[in-house]
Design a binder for this molecule. Structure first.
Ligand code: ADP
Length: 243
């Protein structure tokens, strides 16, 4: 695969079976994420964003289609795919009695990273948590906890970082700081996939945006091109969120 492509998705479908009902959560989705970009996956609740992330994470099996992450075919090399991505979850899931430094070292241990190969201090620095490295995680603010989730996802130095609606319930100032951390990581060369249901947020940070609705890819363009037709887009988006 061309190394300028970080992620390639071709004709991916996901059908959940619920009782006698089939739920088409992803319908023939195809797109590419370029290496080094901040790519937005935008869509209202129920669009299929989590399903897509879970497929990459290996916790949901796609029904069919082709997925390649960092040159690895998901069907043939699922472990390499997982090693190539870091996922920042929606929910804050850090042990309140450990410090950020301890948590990052534990996470590195889970990935089998030897002490001498760990980059704990660099990650703390990048996510602006060095000052709080030894504080109980429970004493961190909401924004700091979210940055700690970003830090945790970076421990194995994945080239691709996926953020799953990372600003839910975060106030304006903390949101700004979180987005700054994401930009800093991107400047260090990390490819970012950013899911959100806020058009404004996606357009603030993303180079390109894909819009999904009811499992279908309904738009994909550079942020600038998408916003050129701003009023139309807002209408489309309001329509989407109403459904
Ligand atoms: P989003 O993350 O964009 O809100 P999801 O991927 O969570 O969307 O959901 C997409 C669709 O798939 C929804 O209709 C949802 O109800 C359905 N869905 C998600 N997970 C399951 C599941 N485990 N079993 C059945 N249906 C599911």
């Amino acid at each position: 695969m061309n190394s300028s492509i970080a992620l390639k998705v071709e004709n991916v479908n996901k059908i959940y079976r619920q009782g006698n009902e089939n739920i088409n959560a992803l319908k023939n989705i195809s797109f590419e994420v370029k290496t080094g970009e901040i790519f937005g996956l935008l869509g209202p609740n129920g669009a299929g964003k989590s399903t897509f992330i879970n497929i990459l994470a290996g916790t949901v099996n796609k029904t069919n289609g082709y997925v390649n992450v960092w040159g690895f075919n998901l069907d043939k090399n699922p472990r390499q795919v997982r090693a190539s991505i870091g996922i920042v979850p929606q929910e804050i899931n850090v042990d309140p009695f450990f410090s950020p430094r301890k948590l990052l070292n534990l996470q590195a241990g889970l990935y089998g990273i030897k002490k001498k190969d760990r980059i704990t201090e660099e990650i703390l620095e990048l996510t602006n948590l060095s000052d709080k490295a030894n504080a109980y995680s429970r004493s961190l603010s909401g924004g700091m906890k979210r940055r700690l989730l970003v830090a945790k996802a970076m421990v194995h130095q994945p080239p691709i970082l996926i953020l799953d609606e990372p600003t839910a319930g975060v106030d304006v100032d903390l949101r700004r700081k979180l987005l700054e951390s994401v930009r800093t990581l991107n400047k260090q060369g990390v490819t970012i996939i950013y899911t959100t249901h806020y058009l404004k947020e996606a357009s603030d940070i993303c180079n390109r945006i894909a819009i999904v609705n009811k499992g279908e890819l309904v738009a994909l363009n550079s942020t600038q091109e998408l916003l050129k037709n701003n009023s139309d887009l807002e209408e489309v988006f309001i329509d989407l969120t109403k459904n």
